[in-house]
Design a protein around this ligand. Structure first.
Ligand code: GLA
Ligand code: ZN
Length: 675
């Protein structure tokens, strides 16, 4: 359990006392108490302060900070400070500086700017992690380690290029295998020496950040960079574990952040934590999907909400304030989906540099008489009142949506058939429909066990990795319902087409063959015309983006295209396979289709919404032993009536009994405990 040492939903966030004079610290302590804050993430960007030169370390300020926090009942999420290297290091060892996508050698500046292959960076980050772990290993305030910060970005320097070649040698063994995997006879790219291989960026194979001449090398470079940064994390992890084997270690992730394969990363994290920064107009279902993805990284284990802003960001184009009640609502949305902490960036708003307009619990005015502080303190009180009740409870779902980072890279690096295909958006279409139906879904990876699910949906499963088709077949054979879509089963892990007809290895389970793929221009549509009724599915729907021109090879054709030269060809099929069914949605249909399609699938499997709720009300269930906690989150500004059906219990936030029809206040929350 995350919260062993402090058994309640942790409440706090990033705290940078080193940016302030000592006279503010007593005020911080006083206000943290007022706000019910019990965890501070410290030392995130203090490497330069901790290590002013190569052989000198200074931790006095940190000793004092940890002591002070501890004396005030605040636990510590201790960062290792390696998210930004000191200026002296960049000057003395320019190798720690990255080379960017356009081939420019960076100078000192910014953060998250260290080359992941640099032996100097690795050496000094290991050293400081060890110094910290040795120094604070027995400190009672230490709750969890926070390695670096928001790992990300790629480097294209000579060190990375050399390490890339080593990585490739490990993966392929011989150049012959590599040449085949990348299909290098295309455009005369045959490599005869490993040293001929260069990093793929704007100077070589790529343009616009995600277009490439050679998907093979570009995919591998992403894998390599994700691995290289992960190695940096692991170096610190292992150093820390030498001294504090029992203290959990995490690093803060960023949801659907495209550049790192988080399913791979999560294997080396004790706890997943992430930073949630939706804009005011981000659909709540998108945030919900992201929480579910973060929960899915460690197969349902609770996670930490490491950062969110109490009020506004500074780095979006238009940094709207969170409206009254929204910070609380979004905090509980995280908890409802598996978070066992609610933490902010940051506790005190900074005085200078680019985050001075970023929201904080303590605003520039410095006192507690602000709307934001009042809302934070109110939430702090509630979280204290909830105690340990919700901790370590689990969210259960019968439906899973497959999400795979490498598949995302491959679909977006591909040249053709359309620039409009966005993998995350297609996944969200399915998630959003389920969300609106009130049906919980898990977000899972391709390594996740499928046996607990009734329905597995893999939107745009373009890349089918070794063994995955067999896994799907076994799932369907055993009675599962599998859904995939257009542009699936096309390539293997190297982006080489599986010959013999699309959807390649999925052809057998789906009982279809796709002959051609049509890309529709923006604003152009076709129709999905049902041949009869199937549950809620009936009549004609619109579709667009891509249309696969498919033939049935045994699958039942439920709908056809309504237009163009492929009018009358199948647009929706279902294949009976063993005891289960495999569906193919040959195009990207409208929202109405998604709703009818998924409500039909869920009804066929006997999966029902948790409650009857109007649009804008989100319901989730966390379960712990005999107890379950029904969360009702009203994203509407006005009160909404929810029919609890047979469920009843006590709302933990108001203390009121809840049964039958309940009214959830505008932007309000209920957590109904049932036994
Ligand atoms: C990220 C970082 C923080 C801070 C916030 C601002 O999440 O981890 O250090 O910069 O963004 O939103
Ligand atoms: Zn590099």
């Amino acid at each position: 359990m995350i919260n062993d040492k402090l058994p309640k939903i942790w409440y706090g966030g990033d705290y940078n006392p080193e940016q302030w004079e000592a006279d503010t610290w007593a005020e911080d302590d006083r206000m943290f108490k007022l706000a019910g804050i019990d965890v501070a993430t410290i030392n995130v960007f203090s490497w330069a302060l901790n290590q002013p030169s190569e052989d000198v370390y200074h931790f006095e300020w940190l000793d004092e900070t940890i002591e002070r926090l501890h004396a005030n009942g605040v636990g510590v999420c201790l960062a290792t400070s390696t998210g930004a290297h000191p200026a002296w290091m960049a000057k003395k060892y320019p190798e720690v500086l990255r080379v960017d996508y356009n081939g420019r050698k960076r100078k000192f500046g910014g953060r998250h700017n260290s080359c992941p292959s640099s032996p100097v960076y690795r050496h000094y980050s290991r050293l400081i992690a060890g110094e910290l772990a040795r120094r604070y290993k027995d400190h009672p305030a230490l709750l969890i380690w926070h390695v670096s910060n928001e790992y990300g970005g790629y480097c294209y320097c000579d060190l990375c290029e050399a390490q890339f070649r080593v990585w490739l040698q490990k993966r392929y063994g011989t150049l012959d295998k590599l040449n085949k995997a990348w299909n290098t006879r295309f455009w005369g790219h045959t490599f005869y020496d490993w040293d001929e291989i260069v990093a793929p960026n704007a100077l070589s194979e790529e343009w616009n950040g995600n277009r490439t001449n050679f998907q093979g090398i570009s995919l591998d470079y992403r894998r390599f960079q994700s691995d290289a940064l992960l190695e940096c994390y692991r170096i610190e992890y292992e150093e820390i574990k030498k001294y504090t084997p029992d203290v959990p270690v995490t690093t803060n992730l960023m949801g659907f952040y495209p550049e790192l394969n988080y399913f791979e990363w999560a294997k080396y994290m004790d706890v997943v934590s992430w930073d949630n920064y939706p804009a005011l107009d981000t659909p709540p279902s998108f945030t919900a999907m992201t929480h579910d993805l973060m929960r899915g990284l460690k197969h349902g284990q609770p996670f930490m909400l490491m950062e969110q802003t109490p009020s506004q960001q500074n780095w979006q184009a238009y940094n709207a304030l969170k409206r009254p009640g929204v910070m609380r609502l979004w905090s509980y949305q995280a908890v409802a989906r598996g978070a066992d902490t609610v933490m902010f960036f940051q506790l005190r708003r900074s005085i200078g540099a680019c985050e001075k307009y970023h929201g904080a619990v303590i605003e520039h005015v410095g006192h507690e008489h602000t709307r934001v502080f009042r809302e934070c303190a109110e939430l702090g009180r509630e979280l204290q009142q909830l105690g340990d009740k919700l901790l370590d409870s689990r969210v259960a779902a019968k439906v899973a949506i497959v999400y795979d980072w490498e598949n995302r890279w491959a679909t977006e690096l591909t040249s053709g058939p359309t620039v409009a295909l966005k993998y995350v958006d297609e996944a969200h279409k399915y998630y959003d429909a389920l969300y609106k139906l009130g049906i919980p879904a898990d977000m899972i990876g391709v390594e996740t066990d499928l046996s607990g699910y009734d329905i597995v949906i893999a939107p745009v499963l373009y890349m089918v990795k070794t063994g995955y088709a067999a896994k799907i077949e076994a799932f369907v054979e055993a009675g599962g319902t599998f859904v995939t879509t257009f542009f699936s089963g096309i390539v293997n892990e190297n982006d080489l087409v599986t010959l013999g007809g699309y959807p390649g290895e999925l052809r057998k389970v789906l009982g279809i063959w796709a002959e051609e793929i049509d890309a529709l221009f923006p604003g152009t549509v076709n129709q999905v015309v049902m041949k009869g009724e199937r549950g809620a599915l009936n009549g004609t729907y619109e579709c667009g983006l891509l249309c696969d021109l498919i033939h049935s090879e045994g699958a039942e054709v439920l709908a056809e295209y309504g237009d163009d030269f492929y009018k009358g060809m199948p647009a929706l099929t279902v294949n009976r396979f063993g005891n289960g069914q495999a569906w193919y949605v040959a195009t990207s249909p409208d929202e109405r289709f998604m709703k009818d399609f998924l409500s039909n699938l869920c009804a066929e499997k006997g999966i029902e919404p948790l409650v009857k709720a109007p649009a804008g009300v989100e319901a989730t269930l966390r379960v712990k032993g005999e107890k379950s906690y029904l969360f009702l989150l009203n994203h509407n500004p006005e009160a909404s009536a929810v029919d609890l059906g047979g469920r009843s219990g006590t709302d933990l936030l108001s203390g009121q009994a809840a049964q039958g029809n309940v009214a959830v206040p505008g932007r309000g929350v209920m957590i109904i405990e049932t036994v």
